[in-house]
Write a protein that binds this ligand. Structure first.
Ligand SMILES: [Zn+2]
Length: 365
């Protein structure tokens, strides 16, 4: 009887209680996905406010996005703050604020992906921008200038921690090959030597790939399916994983931008339904964008039926093509999500992820 009771107690303490620490962290980054853009996307798709999945996540906060040298950040400084916990100057990739873009190198700042590598977890970046672009680059590379694509991608071959990023899925195939060949690198051969499978389409990625670089010529691929394939590979590591998923939400083309919000929202919903309770899911943006809902009514489409950008601009939306400096949403669920609350700095998101993994005590603020 006592034995039976002990077994029951063990089951209760191991299986049923929600994990207090995250084994895995998935960071969804809507590039330029500010609150006005999320709001417009909900109206566009659902003809109702606050109907996105990410608007139903239980823990939310508001993050300041300013960089070390400007109130309005670019993606380089914005993402560097999120993944290193330190603000830097615009144009700089995960180096300290002593870096000056293209002129002076700063100190390399250890990123959340590198912390995961150091501890033996598997890691991945997934994006519909070029994989050398500022947001993914800030996870796995360090440079005083975001435009140095070759120098940035070559760092995949020389990781500072562990065996470096394991899964890279994204656009910019031509750019990566051109930029690295200018440096005299046969990038595909060098990657194969490091154990990477090279793929050129989403369907070519095999769940048997242990490490993979999948580069596409298009920014339009199925983000939900890409996340599913990345997780299938990363989750084989019993220590856990870190995955960053970036989806471009710039609304310089309004309809396309809003469609992409919907695509990522769907990917977050599907991912939340797929991963276990040991996974922290976060959504945030690196900065907001100058788009506003200035009109429209319930029951009427937000954008005119005609598909052109010109007519989109005549609709209920006003758009001025540029980043803006107001706070962005942070939404979270899973272990450690309760730390997402109130007004945050973009640098707090790094500490929230570190604390969720149990690698750092909660930062007092
Ligand atoms: Zn950005």
């Amino acid at each position: 009887m006592l034995r039976y009771f002990l077994v029951l107690t063990l089951i209760a303490s191991s299986g049923l209680a929600a994990p207090r620490r995250a084994k895995n962290v998935i960071l969804f980054l809507g590039d330029a996905g500010g609150i006005p853009t999320l709001h417009a996307a909900s109206l566009y798709k659902h003809n109702h406010p606050q109907k996105l999945f990410l608007q139903s996540m239980p823990h939310i906060g508001l993050s300041d996005t300013s960089s070390a040298d400007a109130w309005v950040t670019d993606s380089a400084a914005g993402m560097s703050a999120i993944v290193t916990g330190q603000k830097t100057n615009n144009g700089v990739i995960s180096q300290s604020a002593s870096a000056i873009r293209g002129k002076q190198e700063g100190e390399a700042l250890q990123t959340i992906l590198e912390h995961a590598e150091q501890r033996g977890l598997s890691t991945g970046v997934l994006t519909n921008m070029a994989v050398t672009d500022a947001t993914p680059a800030a996870c796995y590379a360090h440079s005083s200038d975001r435009s140095r694509a070759g120098e940035i991608f070559a760092q995949v071959l020389k990781p500072r921690f562990g065996d470096g990023v394991d899964v890279i899925i994204g656009a910019g195939r031509k750019r990566v090959i051109e930029a690295t060949s200018k440096m005299g690198l046969d990038i595909e051969a060098a990657l194969r030597e490091k154990g990477f499978a090279i793929r050129d389409s989403l369907s070519a990625i095999s769940e048997d790939d242990r490490r993979v670089v999948a580069l596409f010529d298009t920014a339009d691929f199925d983000v939900s399916e890409a996340v599913r394939r990345a997780i299938a590979i990363l989750s084989k590591n019993s220590k856990g994983y870190f995955l960053m998923v970036e989806w471009d939400m710039h609304t310089d083309r309004i309809r396309r931008g809003l469609e992409r919000v919907i695509e990522m929202d769907e990917a977050i919903r599907k991912t939340a339904g797929m991963v276990g309770p040991d996974t922290l899911i976060l959504f945030t943006a690196d900065h907001s964008f100058d788009l506003r809902v200035r009109g429209g009514r319930p029951g009427q489409p937000l954008l005119p039926d005609d598909d052109s950008e010109e007519s989109a601009r005549k609709g209920a939306i006003r758009m001025d093509n540029g980043h803006t400096g107001e706070q962005v949403l942070v939404a979270a669920q899973g272990p450690g999500a309760e730390r997402v609350r109130g007004f945050l700095a973009n640098t707090d998101i790094f500490h929230i992820m570190m604390a969720a993994y149990g690698w750092e005590k909660e930062k007092k603020r």
